[in-house]
Design a protein around this ligand. Structure first.
Ligand SMILES: C[S@@+](CC[C@H](N)C(=O)[O-])C[C@H]1O[C@@H](n2cnc3c(N)ncnc32)[C@H](O)[C@@H]1O
Length: 249
């Protein structure tokens, strides 16, 4: 399946998203950061700050950023200056990671983060090695949510925490209609003009439309054996911030 096709058709059930999601992110890497700011009207930074507030409240030492992309979360973590924190940014798109590495290296404390190329569903990292796993705007792109949460849980030490930031279908009918007009009509035009990619920014609204509700995501996290699952909505309800933990013992 190509990103221009419907994500909810029968073909989607058979195709692996990873096969085209990875080259798609490689292709848009040079314009990804600019488009994030344009599309979210600058709000994306505030959402990541909220996720990092929750993350650092647990005083983690080893943090894995799953689907780190161009390093926005890692950079926000390093900027807080908690010198005990080490960040591993994992992503399967090499071009996204190259942008991330360059940005991280330019920061004071940049040596406390490093990037690893790998798949979120088969992470090349030791079980139980992370105090926290954080992930922003990645889940919609993955081939299996239960598998993704199981992989995150395995990576955590007992008591470790998961922080997930993701777009979510809006509930309020008027806001939902406005948002869908903006996201389904305007974003693909803007995205194509700036990134020069034919379909990446058509996939973005489709992936949100086809994604599970924030409540279902809460249930899936609990089903994966995560405990203390909590959810907050941000960005007028367009974004959900989920936090959870791996049970101790
Ligand atoms: C929308 S970007 C988000 C990047 C970053 N977290 C942020 O907040 O800007 C999604 C990222 O997830 C990565 N990704 C998608 N599927 C993945 C997978 N199966 N394994 C590893 N990375 C994946 C993509 O390469 C891309 O960099």
């Amino acid at each position: 399946m190509r990103p221009t096709e419907r994500a909810d058709g029968p073909a989607a059930a058979e195709a692996r998203k990873a096969d085209w999601v990875r080259p798609m992110f490689d292709a848009i890497a040079p314009r990804y950061d600019l488009l994030n700011v344009l599309i979210s009207l600058g709000m994306d930074r505030g959402w990541r700050r909220r996720a990092v507030d929750d993350l650092l409240a647990g005083r983690p030492r080893v943090v894995v950023d799953v689907g780190a992309g161009t390093g926005d979360l890692a950079i926000e973590i390093l900027r807080r200056g908690q010198r005990q924190v080490r960040v591993v940014g994992l992503d399967f798109a090499g071009a996204m990671l190259r942008v991330g590495r360059r940005r991280i290296r330019a920061l004071p404390g940049g040596a406390r983060a490093h990037c690893v190329q790998g798949d979120a569903l088969r992470m090349p990292l030791a079980d139980g090695s992370a105090d926290a796993v954080v992930s922003a705007f990645v889940l919609r792109n993955l081939d299996g949510l239960p598998e993704a949460f199981a992989a995150m849980r395995r990576l955590l030490r007992p008591g470790g925490r998961v922080i997930i930031l993701e777009m979510t279908p809006m509930r309020q009918p008027l806001l939902r209609a406005l948002f869908r007009f903006y996201f389904n009509r305007w974003v693909p035009l803007l995205g194509r003009a700036v990134s020069r990619h034919p379909s990446a920014y058509t996939w973005l609204p489709r992936s949100v439309d086809g994604f599970v509700s924030a409540e279902t995501l809460t249930e899936l996290m609990a089903d994966a054996g995560l405990t203390d699952v909590r959810m907050r909505r941000l960005g007028f309800g367009a974004v959900a911030l989920h936090t959870a933990a791996r049970a101790r013992g």
